[in-house]
Every structure is written in structure tokens, then in C-alpha cells.
Unconditional design. Structure first.
Length: 199
């Protein structure tokens, strides 16, 4: 597995089922340049933990959109399997019409480019926060039994945007509305004197 933080996110072109339900044959990551992107991988459609994570992202799409974040999902399934899963109701084990593109990585080229191919051949549960310049700012990778916390990704988006807007770094446990730290010896001393015991 590779760590992509501080590197350009590998570009790709692949088929995707779009939020409208239409299959786009040549969806590219680079078409989203200039926007924040949350790119997340799951192992397989029609499985167990995967639909919970997909719905968790979908239920927070309003919060992502408020932050000008585009969400893109990927697995090694075909676009036709994605299409079928979207068109299966939640009550029948599907995910319904989710509001983000579902990319088909049937060649595993994207999964390998991001360094998150599982020994079993599927993608691990990996998420990448990509900034407006196409640089990876955050990544998290879980093994197959361990579902992600999508609210933590929203927190990371808030932290990145706070840093970009204010130039202050975000301490442990930082939440939107909290104080940041001036990136100086004096700044950290001031922050710790006020908040150190609460960390």
C-alpha cells in the first residue's frame, strides 16, 4: 500500500453511473479539478458493510455540497452491476438512486494506482480527500470488516478549509468553530496554555 498524502491524486478515465442514472463511458477525475473531491472505494456491490457506507455518504450529500465537495465512489464492479444495485430498493438489499457517481474499476487499474488493492483482489475501504489543486490531503484505509465514519471525513474537509482560509493549523480533535493554532512556537504555547488539559 502507498501513502498518497501530499501527492497528486492519480487521474483516471472509466465508466461511471452518474447521479441521474445515466452511464457515462468516460468519466474522468480531472474533470473535477478546481473542486474538493472525496474519493472513496468499497470492496464489492451487493455485499454487507458496503451498502451502509454508501448510504452514509449519500445521506450526507447536502453537507458535502455545502462545503463544495464532490463525492465519487469506486469499486471493481462493472457499471452494469452499479446500475443494477442503484435500481434495487434498500428493502431488497440495494442502495437506491444515490447522488454521486459510481465508477467501475473492472480492470483494477484505479485501485492499484491508489495502492489499496486487497490481497483478495478487491479494493480496501479507502477514502481520499483531494483539494482543489488535485493534491491528496487526507487518506484513511480500513480492512474489509471495518466500516468508515463519514462524519470524520466531513471534519477533515472543515479542517482543510479552515487552514486554507485562516492559515492556522488544526489541533487534535478540532471541530468546526474551534480555535486553530498559529504555526509558531508562540502559537502552540498559547494554545496549549488554554486548551492543553482538555486534549
Amino acid at each position: 500500500m502507498s501513502v498518497l498524502v501530499a501527492q497528486k491524486a492519480p487521474d483516471f478515465t472509466a465508466p461511471a453511473v452518474m447521479p441521474s442514472g445515466v452511464i457515462e463511458d468516460h468519466f474522468t477525475l480531472s474533470s473535477l479539478r478546481g473542486q474538493y473531491v472525496v474519493l472513496f472505494f468499497w470492496p464489492l456491490d451487493f455485499t454487507f458493510v458496503c451498502p451502509t457506507e454508501i448510504l452514509a455518504h449519500d445521506h450526507r450529500m447536502g453537507l458535502f455540497k455545502e462545503r463544495n465537495v464532490q463525492v465519487v465512489g469506486i469499486s471493481i464492479d462493472s457499471q452494469f452491476t452499479h446500475f443494477a444495485w442503484r435500481n434495487t430498493s434498500i428493502q431488497e438489499g440495494g442502495i437506491g438512486p444515490v447522488q454521486f457517481p459510481m465508477v467501475a474499476d473492472i480492470t483494477h487499474a484505479i485501485t492499484r494506482a491508489y495502492g489499496i488493492e486487497h490481497p483478495d483482489g478487491v479494493a480496501m475501504r479507502a477514502s481520499f480527500l483531494i483539494d482543489r489543486n488535485g493534491v491528496v490531503q487526507h487518506q484513511v484505509v480500513n480492512n474489509r470488516p471495518l466500516g468508515r465514519n463519514v462524519d470524520e471525513m466531513l471534519r477533515m474537509v472543515d479542517a482543510l478549509q479552515y487552514y486554507e482560509e485562516n492559515g492556522e493549523v488544526c489541533p487534535a480533535g478540532w471541530q468546526k468553530g474551534d480555535s486553530g493554532i498559529a504555526a509558531t512556537a508562540e502559537g502552540v504555547a498559547d494554545y496549549l496554555s488554554q486548551h492543553g488539559e482538555k486534549l
